[in-house]
Design a protein around this ligand. Structure first.
Ligand SMILES: Nc1nc2c(c(=O)[nH]1)N[C@H]1C(S)=C(S)[C@@H](COP(=O)(O)O)O[C@H]1N2
Ligand SMILES: [Mo]
Length: 430
């Protein structure tokens, strides 16, 4: 213990003061820290994180996890799936917007999150560390809040940048992490919203460091300012805008993709009709040329019947067009592409399920991997824009885009647009 310095007594309580270093309020000297600045960042995060959370929940609903086990990346969710609903096919750009917002806003909020943490950092070292049971509980909730925010932002950004660095388990981590984080976030908002609103009303003038309003954020020994508080806000705002400028292009797609400096640019899709973003190439998931060559067949099953089609027979069926994007969970999407192929509903009709086509299990020639099969809902099958596509932008599909046939459905996440399809099973799976 340090000897009590009478100079410190004012800020450090009656008994032995805090140890030297960051536990002493005098240690923190930025004249910018104060309740107003913290409240501004806090309110931005309150709205921003709410939107990111809701669009994240929507992303899970878009996977239709209740439809089939193959659709569900977090099968142990229990009642956390209470809000799930059947994902619509209109508007056809639905997932493109919800997931574009989720990823872009998440990235854009990073500077605000860091600034918010910086603005309250003295509180991390507050002395004594535990004053009462209630305060201990609050500090633990802050641990979950800060840890949860770091975890959610880190896993999310790693996923968008590195394409599933955690094989299969990204969903589990990000999903359960989100619920822990949002629980702590709700507690924090309940405890602090009143104070934040009062601080915003009171304006940017710094309160006395010892006052209740200062909330332990105002330095009792401020250094000379090198930037104004508005300047600091401007800097954070510019940081966010810069991130927006180099991120949003990947969700807009088309020409704007070039501005998306932060988007994964590893695979260059090239030019021509098939020259748009590819998630996983045929080679990268072990598709052999023989899997998708002349020996390839499409098997359509359902209603007790089975039909096998060659590629030529598939091309001979009535072809329909649909103008649809691919929108990946990673936040990128393509501009609308001209797909053409056979309607899923028409394929259901081939096995006698034409009037009210049921759901369908789609299976790829791909062996293994969590995206090699999916169940599409009856609503998706019945939409006239839902195709088993064989062409895109006038050309046959390239192997990387799913030749000989791939699913394309409106409004759905990219992961439901299964490539290299070889089997469709209509009806309830047995
Ligand atoms: N068989 C199979 N289909 C698949 C995938 C896959 O890994 N395997 N990836 C999916 C994902 S996550 C996306 S975003 C889209 C991307 O389609 P694209 O590569 O043609 O752009 O394909 C989907 N279809
Ligand atoms: Mo994806």
């Amino acid at each position: 213990m340090n000897p009590v310095n009478p100079m410190d007594a004012k800020h450090s309580g009656p008994a032995a003061g805090p140890p030297r270093g960051p536990s002493r309020p005098e240690f923190w000297r930025s004249p910018l820290r104060g309740p107003w600045l913290t409240a501004v960042f806090g309110i931005v995060l309150l709205f921003g994180i709410t939107v990111v959370f809701v669009t994240g929940l929507l992303s899970y609903a878009a996977y239709e996890p209740d439809l089939a086990a193959v659709n569900d990346q977090t099968p142990g969710k229990g009642w956390l799936g209470f809000y799930l609903f059947s994902w619509p096919t209109s508007p056809y750009w639905l997932y493109r917007v919800t997931q574009g917002v989720h990823v872009t806003l998440g990235v854009v909020l990073v500077p605000v999150l860091l600034a918010k943490l910086w603005s309250v950092i003295p509180k991390l070292f507050a002395w004594p560390p535990v004053r009462s049971a209630a305060q201990a509980a609050e500090r633990i909730s802050l641990l979950l809040l800060v840890g949860g925010a770091g975890f959610e932002f880190a896993t999310g950004i790693l996923n968008t940048q590195l394409h599933y660095i955690f094989p299969g388990s990204f969903y589990t981590l990000h999903f359960y992490g989100a619920w822990v984080f949002i629980g702590a976030f709700a507690v924090h908002v309940a405890l602090r919203l009143g104070r934040a609103v009062r601080a915003l009303r009171a304006g940017p003038r710094q309160p006395d460091p010892d006052s209740e309003e200062a909330a332990g954020l105002v330095s009792p020994r401020p250094a000379a300012p090198t930037i104004s508080r508005r300047g600091a806000l401007g800097m954070v705002g510019l940081g966010s805008l810069a991130l927006l400028a180099v991120t949003a292009g990947q969700s807009v797609g088309g020409w704007f993709r070039r501005t998306a400096l932060l988007a994964p640019h590893g695979q260059e899709p090239g030019s021509g009709p098939n020259g748009f973003q590819i998630n996983k190439t045929a080679a990268s998931v072990g598709i052999r040329p023989s899997d998708i060559g002349p020996a390839w067949r499409l098997t359509v099953r359902g209603g007790g019947r089975q039909i096998d089609l060659t590629h030529a027979q598939l091309l001979a069926l009535p072809q329909h067009e649909a103008l649809l994007p691919i929108a990946c969970v990673e936040g990128w999407s393509t501009a609308d592409q001209h797909w053409s192929g056979v309607r899923l509903a028409d394929l259901a009709a081939l096995v006698g399920l034409g009037t009210h086509p049921p759901q369908v299990l789609v299976q790829s020639v791909q062996r293994g991997g969590s995206f090699s099969s999916v169940v599409l809902s009856a609503g998706q099958v019945r939409d006239a824009r839902s195709l088993l596509a064989v062409r895109v932008n006038g050309a046959l599909l390239s192997p990387d885009h799913g030749h000989p046939a791939r699913v394309i459905v409106p409004g759905a996440p990219g992961v439901h647009n299964t490539k290299w399809v070889t089997r469709l099973t209509f009806g309830e799976p047995v």
